[in-house]
Design a protein around this ligand. Sequence first.
Ligand SMILES: Cc1ncc(COP(=O)(O)O)c(C=O)c1O
Length: 406
Amino acid sequence: MLKKSSIFLALIRLNRYTVKNFSLALGNRYCRFAEILNDDFLEDFLGRIYNFASGPSMLPLPVLEEVSQKLVDFEGTGMSLIEMSHRDKIFDAIHTETIALMRDVYRVPDDFHVIFIQGGATFQFGMVPMAFLRKGNLADFIVTGTWGKKAHADAAVVGNAHIVWDGSHCNYTRIPAQHELKFTPGAAYVHICTNETIGGIQWQYFPETGGIPIVADMSSDVLSRPVPWEKFGLVFAGTQKNLAPAGLAVVFIQKDFAKSARTDLPAYLRYDLHIKENSLYNTPPTFVVWMMNLTLKWLKSIGGLDAVEKLRNQKAEMIYNVIDNSGGFYVTNIPGDSRSKMNIVWRMQSEELETKFVAEATKEGLDGLKGHRSVGGMRASVYNAMPVEGIKALVDFMTQFMKKNG
Ligand SMILES: Cc1ncc(COP(=O)(O)O)c(C=O)c1O
C-alpha cells in the first residue's frame, strides 16, 4: 500500500507551486488525495519554494539532499565531515577533487591557479589592489554599478584607481560599448564586474584592453557561460550564488600575473602563499568546499557549461518576453545588449502594485522577488539551480497578475 510518508518523499522533490496546481487540477475527483495536498500540508511538508533571492540563493536539490543524508555520519566514518580535521585525508581528497572539478567544468587552462580564499568577494576588492598596486602604477576601473563602485572605492584606499568609464550618467543602466573605453597604457589591470547583481546589467562581451589583464568580479555569473580565459589576469567570485553557501571566494589567477603580486604583505593577503599552500594555509570552511564539490558534480551531470549556458538563455528569455509583451505593465529601461541573464530587474506602475505583486507571489511560493532596497522594483535572480519549472511558474504568475491588475 502506498504510505503517506512515501507520498511525502515523492512530493518533496517537487515544488510547492507545482504540487498545489496539480492538486487543484485533480479537484473533487480524487478528493481524498486533494485533501492530503491541502495548503497546510503543503506548508508543513513541502518546504521547498522557488527562491529568486540574489544570494545566498537557491542550491540544487540533489546537493542539499546528499548533504543532509551524509551530514551526521560521513560515509561510515562515524563523524560529520565538518567535524573532521581539514588536514585529514578524507577532507583532503574532497578539497583536491573540488579544484579538479572546477578546472574541468569551467575549462580553466593550465596556466591558471584555482584557489579558495575566505572573506567573500568583498575581501578581493581590497586584496587585489594591495597585491598589484604599487607606487607609480595604476589600475583602470570600469564602474557599471554598486559592485564596481565598491571595488573602486577599496582600490582607491590602496593606490591609484583610475576610472575609465562610469555609468552614473545613465544611472548604471547599461554596459559601455568597446569604442567608449580608452585604457591607460601600462595599467596593472582593468577591473570589471561582469554582472551587476543589483542593477541587473551584464557584460555580453568581454572588452579588448590591448593586452592589459582583466580582473573580473564574476560573483553573480560565475559558471554560467564559457570564459575567454586569455583575456583575464584574475577572476574572483563569492560562492553564495552559483556555487555553494557563503564563506569563500574562488579565485582564478593567471600564473604570470600571480608572479607579479606583492609578497611583502601579511600572510593571508599573499596570493603566492595561498597558491603554495593549495588554499590550505589556514582552516578553510570545509562545509562550503564540500557543497561546492557536490554542486560541480551536479552541474556536470546536467550537461556541464554548455547546457547551463543554454538553459540560462532560455530562462532569461522567458521572463524578458513577458516584460516586453506586457504593454508597459512591467517595465525595464535596460537595453537588450546589457540585460543580465542572471538577475532580471523590472518595475511596475506604482510602488503599491509592486508591494502587492511581491506579497501575492510569496504566497504562491515564489520568493525573494523584491528588488534591492537601494533601487526598489522587482528582481528575479535565476542562477543555475533555478529549474525551468520555476521560471514557468513565475511567468505564469506574472501573466495572471497582469490580467487581474492591468
Ligand atoms: C557582483 C558582486 N560582487 C561582490 C559581492 C559581494 O560578495 P560577498 O558578500 O561575498 O563579499 C556581491 C554580493 O552579492 C555581488 O553580487
